[in-house]
Design a protein around this ligand. Structure first.
Ligand SMILES: [Fe+2]
Length: 493
């Protein structure tokens, strides 16, 4: 564990030590208070502690994996309900160990460094919320209000919910923000906002559970049963969403598998795109969107006949027109799936070119979202370095030189040098010497026209916040339409 902590960046290490140190102190204080009061515990208090302990362990262990990409997983447990109820029902020095044990039991398979942080932060979170609740006179206010909640009792319960949510969220999000380098606001938006509704619901159930418990413990089963039912309902819903996402990914993969020469194409494009996105310091959230969307960027090829897709020779104009439909087919397919909406622009615009003569919308320059410009470069590079029915694979160095030759025409001139650095970093042999006869500078004109890289003999921003609503701004090439051109750099669409 010591080695793992040492391996953390200095700021993260400091935050870890601060949280774990304060958490240990909190648990020690609670233990000392338990020892001081142990002779005065009533049987009812002991029974409540035991039941809440069982609920805390069960609640923390019942984590629902919320829809989220593997790069950015988010799970939600229902342990907060037991924690909040424990704060209401039990004295603070009993609530803290109950919540800490619940968390520890769910974390036993995790590395010690994570277990220590999670148990510590939840102990601090419980202590802060219990302090606010007790200072506001919470138990007496809730007990005296009975089933008809008074404004004062409701206000105190809201205070408890807010202090519990904000303190826990801050302690965890701060660590994630340091580790990802995205900043606290971006981290909160990318991770905690996804689970905020579920967390608010769980905390609300905890408030109900605690309130009814104080009034009359006989009501407890009537609150616990709906919580259990809600858990299984949400779990089923989430599973269906996740299975849908996996089905779409499998569908996309099956397109790559239709042709043995494009096997793993999308996976390779995703890997390269992540490297380039990280090289230009896009946010964690953007990188996750790029990775997921790159995996499905060619899903629209499902609507293209195999004869066209795997044709070894040159495409006829009709076949080319059919092939150029795939970004729009993919866009129309994926816009029905919430999980893929953020990356719709990548799917639609990964064949646009910097000069504006790509397809389907002839966007150009920074009108093309940066995420789509990134995938465009990586798609071209991957296709050039793989065998195709109509030509052999190029070496990494030749493919790189062709990308550079098309920098500023087909590709974003700022992203191409970044791609070289990213490719080198992940082990692509882009710096190998190029035989003179294979250099694009000796085989073609020195300046590569736009719209030359994508497709066999055809070409292949703004933020992508809402590509479905954004009206693409057309940029006409000098001829007023997409220029067909010689296949200098060939990405096989
Ligand atoms: Fe494509």
């Amino acid at each position: 564990m010591r080695g793992v902590v040492r391996g953390l960046p200095p700021q993260a290490r400091m935050h870890w030590f601060l949280v774990v140190g304060t958490g240990c102190l909190t648990i020690l204080l609670a233990a000392a208070a338990v020892w001081a009061h142990h002779s005065s515990f009533s049987p009812a208090e002991l029974a409540s502690t035991a039941i809440l302990l069982v609920l805390a362990v069960a609640g923390e262990s019942l984590a629902i994996q919320l829809i989220s990409y593997e790069r950015d997983p988010a799970a939600h447990s229902v342990g907060s309900a037991a924690a909040v109820a424990a704060i209401i029902v039990l004295p603070w020095y009993l609530a803290i160990p109950v919540v800490a044990v619940g968390m520890a039991a769910s974390q036993l398979r995790n590395p010690g460094v994570k277990l220590a942080f999670n148990v510590s932060y939840i102990s601090i979170q419980t202590a802060v919320a219990a302090l606010a609740f007790n200072l506001a006179g919470g138990r007496s206010a809730v007990m005296s209000s009975g089933l008809v909640a008074t404004p004062r009792a409701l206000g105190i319960l809201v205070l408890l919910a807010l202090t519990y949510y904000v303190s826990g969220t801050f302690l965890v999000a701060r660590l994630f923000a340091i580790l990802s380098g995205d900043g606290l606001r971006t981290t909160l938006r990318a991770t905690h906002l996804k689970t905020s509704l579920q967390e608010a619901t769980t905390i609300g159930l905890g408030l109900m559970l605690g309130g009814f418990w104080l009034y009359n413990p006989a009501f407890v089963p009537f609150v616990v049963l709906p919580v259990v039912m809600a858990y299984f309902s949400i779990d089923t819903f989430v599973r269906i969403q996740e299975e849908t996402r996996q089905a779409v990914l499998a569908m996309s993969e099956s397109i790559d598998h239709r042709d043995p020469l494009t096997y793993n194409h999308s996976k390779r494009v995703a890997k390269l795109s992540v490297a380039l996105a990280e090289e230009v310091a896009l946010s964690h959230e953007q990188v996750a969107t790029i990775e997921l969307s790159a995996l499905v960027h060619d899903i629209g090829k499902i609507g293209i006949s195999s004869d066209v897709l795997m044709k070894p020779g040159k495409l006829t104009p009709e076949e080319r027109a059919q092939m150029e439909l795939h970004p729009v087919i993919g866009f129309d397919m994926l816009r029905h799936y919430k999980q893929f909406r953020k990356g719709l622009g990548i799917v639609r615009w990964h064949h646009e070119t910097w000069e504006g003569n790509g397809y389907p919308d002839k966007l150009g320059g920074t009108d093309i979202p940066i995420e789509a410009r990134i995938v465009s470069i990586c798609d071209a590079y991957e296709a050039m370095t793989a065998d195709r029915p109509y030509r052999k694979a190029m070496s990494a160095a030749v493919a790189m030189s062709r990308l550079e030759a098309a920098s500023g025409t087909q590709f974003d001139p700022e992203l191409v040098p970044a791609f070289r650095r990213a490719a080198e970093r992940i082990g692509e042999r882009v710096t190998d010497p190029i035989p003179l006869e294979q250099s694009p500078m000796t085989t073609r004109a020195k300046r590569v026209p736009a719209a030359v890289i994508y497709g066999r003999s055809m070409s292949a921003g703004r933020s992508m916040a809402s590509p479905s609503s954004a009206r693409p701004r057309r940029r006409q090439s000098s001829s007023g339409r997409c220029r067909p051109s010689a296949a200098i750099i060939d990405a096989g669409s």
